[in-house]
Design a protein around this ligand. Sequence first.
Ligand SMILES: N[C@@H](CCC(=O)N[C@@H](CS)C(=O)NCC(=O)O)C(=O)O
Length: 220
Amino acid sequence: MMPITLYYAPMSPPARAVILLIKELELNVELKVVDVRAGETRTEEFLRMNPEHTIPTVDDNGFYLGESRAILTYLVDRYHPGHELYPNIPKEKALINRVLHHDLCEFYTNTLGVLAPISRGLTTAVSEEMKTSIANALSNLELFLVRNDWFAGEKVTVADLSILPTIASMVHSGLDLSQFPRLGTWYDNCKVLKGYQDEQTIARQFGDLFRSMVTEGLHL
Ligand SMILES: N[C@@H](CCC(=O)N[C@@H](CS)C(=O)NCC(=O)O)C(=O)O
């Protein structure tokens, strides 16, 4: 059987979440870098795999899947069914999915999503509106950690892998997590992940790039 191929960009937070999973499960995956700025997600060949033209995208022997959170849950279900990162227990899955949906629709959107005008070069200022949105998103996210140490219980799950690259990118862009102590403790606990050090290296590069594009870093 051919290995799975992951189309990704090294600094993309959703792609990094999938890479964290690949390392955690030690999956045999071929990595192919896609240069988004050079239009490589819009080629005929890429659009045949993923009409939404997003990375990460996986090609699992002709089964194509985009959307990082769908990829995370698919890879566990397909290659390590029942693994504690995404257990085969409806209520546990439901609690994980709850966090993944919150991440996609609320957290990611209101943090890195609102900073998009900066990465597109449209502005060099982190506006007050952006700061308020990010501070609120972090406060809301922290509520998931009131009753448990990880986002969906007492064990690390794909929900944590989905959130880590977004937080790490902001931390290396200047965010001081001490205002969010539960998130700070969780972030420290993420050191147990096999892909943590590589993820930090990339997050640092993300932060350096971000800082080079703004007049001051991400200070809320
Ligand atoms: N919700 C998607 C977001 C994916 C996404 O927006 N990826 C960006 C890079 S971070 C991308 O592929 N942009 C290129 C394009 O849209 O053509 C996910 O989690 O996979």
